[in-house]
Every structure is written in C-alpha cells, then in structure tokens.
Design a protein around this ligand. Structure first.
Ligand SMILES: Nc1ncnc2c1ncn2[C@@H]1O[C@H](COP(=O)(O)OP(=O)(O)OP(=O)(O)O)[C@@H](O)[C@H]1O
Ligand SMILES: [Mg+2]
Length: 262
C-alpha cells in the first residue's frame, strides 16, 4: 500500500533504514518514512515503540546507528541538531514546556527569533537602524503568531502568569519564529484540558494552512489525531507496523492488536 499517494505535495522528508539501539534495546529497527510538503502526519504507537527515538535521530539530537535522512533533497544524515534547525529549518518540540516566565508573550517570541538569527544575533542587541529594522520584523511576526495561536488577550501578561495550556501555545508559537519548514511535535496535548486541546489543534491547522508548515505529530490522543492528520503512521517495537488514512488505521487489526499488547 502506498498511502503517501493520499497526500499531495512534493517530498520534504525522506528517511530510509533508520536504526538506533541503546545497549541491548533496539529502539528503532530500520524505519522508512516519507513526508510530503504541507502534510499533517501523525506518528502513533504503544509506549516504548520508538517514536521519540525516531524524532531524536531524525532531528540530530541522537546519532542513528544506520540509515539516511534527506530533507528537501539534501542529505542531512549525521548533521547535529543545531545545523538541522538552522540550515534545514526542521525543529522538534519536547514534552517539557519551557517559556521565559518574566517576559510577555511578545518578548518571548522576539527572544526566540533573536536566538535563531545567529548571523545577526549581536547586531540585534546593538543600537542602529539595521537592528531596529530586524527587531521590528521580529515583532511583526511575533504578533501575527500570537494572534494565530489565540493569545492576543494575554499579550501583555508575564508568561509565568499564563495557564499551562497557554504556555504550551506560547512555546508552540516560539518554535514558529525561525520560520521552520517542518516541525516534529512530541505529545503536544499531554496533560492539556479538552478546551485547550481544541485550541492547540486549531493552532496547528491554522499554521499548516496559512504558513504551509509541515508537521509530524506524536500523540496518544487518538480522537485528536484522527481529526487533525491526513495520514497516520503506526510504530510497534521500533518498526513501522502500518500506515494509512485515519479511518483505515482505526480499523486495522494489526494496530488494535499492538495496542492491546497482542
Ligand atoms: N536514552 C535512552 N537510553 C536507553 N534506552 C532508551 C533511551 N531512550 C529510549 N530508550 C528505550 O528505547 C525504547 C523506545 O523508547 P522511546 O522513548 O523512543 O519510545 P516512545 O514510543 O517515545 O514511548 P512513549 O510513548 O512512552 O513516549 C524503549 O524501550 C526505551 O526504554
Ligand atoms: Mg516518547
């Protein structure tokens, strides 16, 4: 079955034969995956099936034992995470939420933009028209993103005063400041209440539609993933078990058995 043909767009990420072991544990055992530009792809699988390890190896946080990763036709295999983030414009999120608590959402986003703008990092902090223009551009993008994730009403509060879910939205918006092409989200809905789950899903959809950003999302919330993603890829014990559109995957006997531990 070639479920990739369900999704339009040119190939953005191509992973072949990815492997990673931790001692005797084969966390990822030869995974192939293709993700197309603008796709919303969900990665599911029981606990310990290798989802986070897959993300770690694809984004350069961990070095894979074998396999290749191409991003937009460029072989990025073995590149360190900062190079993949800066040159490849591929980022990943972590489960832990980190924001600058004594800064407003706008200041958080501008800081995130400055940190990623390495060539201009020092000049951004020095006075001068070039620096003012850069900060003005970052502020404009920051405010657009604050609106897109629905945080306009808390724009002037310190981030430390925001709810857990709002901080998650803020962190999500921060990850958009460097204008990434592909974002890998690891359990973005974990511990979030149902109202905020909808807000986060809407924000991902908006950003995908309006900014054309591609997403791979790891999530245990099956209903949320079924409503968000065009394609679901299921891992089990470090290998790709099945993939397809959400309805097909919901009916897949192999997937049901993997989740029941069969
Ligand atoms: N840094 C590490 N050192 C040793 N073993 C690890 C490490 N990271 C992951 N593992 C092991 O690799 C396997 C895959 O783990 P991984 O965290 O990738 O799974 P996961 O699908 O993300 O699980 P979960 O749904 O619980 O987040 C597990 O057996 C895990 O214990
Ligand atoms: Mg994980």
């Amino acid at each position: 079955m070639n479920s990739l043909s369900l999704v339009r767009g040119k190939p953005l990420l191509t992973v072949r034969g990815l492997r990673k072991s931790y001692g005797a544990v084969q966390a990822v055992r030869g995974i192939d995956l293709d993700v197309r530009e603008r796709e919303l792809c969900c990665l599911m699988g029981p606990n310990g099936s290798g989802k986070s390890t897959f993300f770690d190896c694809v984004t350069g946080l961990q070095r894979a034992d074998a396999g290749t990763v191409h991003l937009d036709g460029v072989d990025i295999t073995g590149w360190p995470m900062h190079r993949i983030a800066h040159e490849g414009k591929m980022l990943r999120s972590f489960q832990k939420t980190v924001v600058f608590t004594t800064m407003t959402p706008e200041e958080n986003l501008i800081a995130a933009g400055q940190m990623f703008d390495f060539p201009n990092l020092l000049s951004t902090f020095s006075p001068g028209p070039g620096s003012r223009r850069r900060v003005a551009r970052l502020r404009e993008r920051a405010n657009h993103l604050i609106e897109m994730v629905g945080l306009s009403h808390v724009r002037d509060q310190n981030a430390g005063k925001l709810s857990f879910g709002q901080q998650k939205l803020l962190q999500f918006a921060s990850s958009l400041m460097p204008e990434p092409r592909l974002i890998l989200l690891d359990e973005p809905l974990a511990g979030v209440n149902p109202v905020l789950i909808e807000r986060i899903l809407d924000s991902i959809r908006n950003v995908n539609r309006e900014l054309g950003i591609t997403f791979i999302v790891v999530e245990h919330n099956i209903d949320a993933m079924m409503s968000l993603c065009q394609r679901v890829v299921v891992l089990d014990q470090g290998a790709l078990l099945d993939q397809g559109d959400p309805e097909t995957i919901m009916r897949s006997q192999k997937v049901v058995e993997a989740y029941l531990g069969g």
